[in-house]
Design a protein. Sequence first.
Length: 208
Amino acid sequence: MGIRERDRKVYQPLRRAGLQVLPNAVPAGTIPYVHGCGVEDVTDGFSHRYDTPRLVERLNADWYDLAASTGLFDHRREFLLQLPRGTRSHRAALDHMHSGNWAPALWTRVRLLDRWDIMGRGAASAFLGVHSGHPGFGMLALDGNVYVSASTGETGIGVLAVRHPDRSENILRHLERIARDGSPYVNREYTQRIAAWLAGRPGSPSGR
């Protein structure tokens, strides 16, 4: 797949949602994958039922407040967003996550534009959810100090924030388990990426 195809199928829908993609600009040393956090890791968040009046508007407002208050944005309102390789959407990733050939999305640097609609057009693009008002995404501050994720449940949407995910014992144990034992949901290339990041951490045998 060429750059033009990815721009047309991925970047343009995101731009219509108010996110400008900045290719090849992920800071070195970024944690490759955030998963496995426990309740004790969650420092902030919110939830809304599907029957909440003006749901998308409420979700957008609360997401922005959470992102701004936790430090997700830098001074240019830039942050990292998980996007799949190629043109496969979040919806397609969900459909194939049990196929044994699913790999976690990779970080992509984005900038929040003046006009945006993360929970509406963003979720409807299928790269930030399954459809409008049903988001599903992972976001990370450029300095790695806060992770924000959204997920849909049976009765509503939950959005949570985790500070310093690279220091979470739960997340680190999860990454170490993948690097050591592999995972049916993480391909070999991504396992190697996780292992390299763990080895380069301060305090690790290879990172000292």
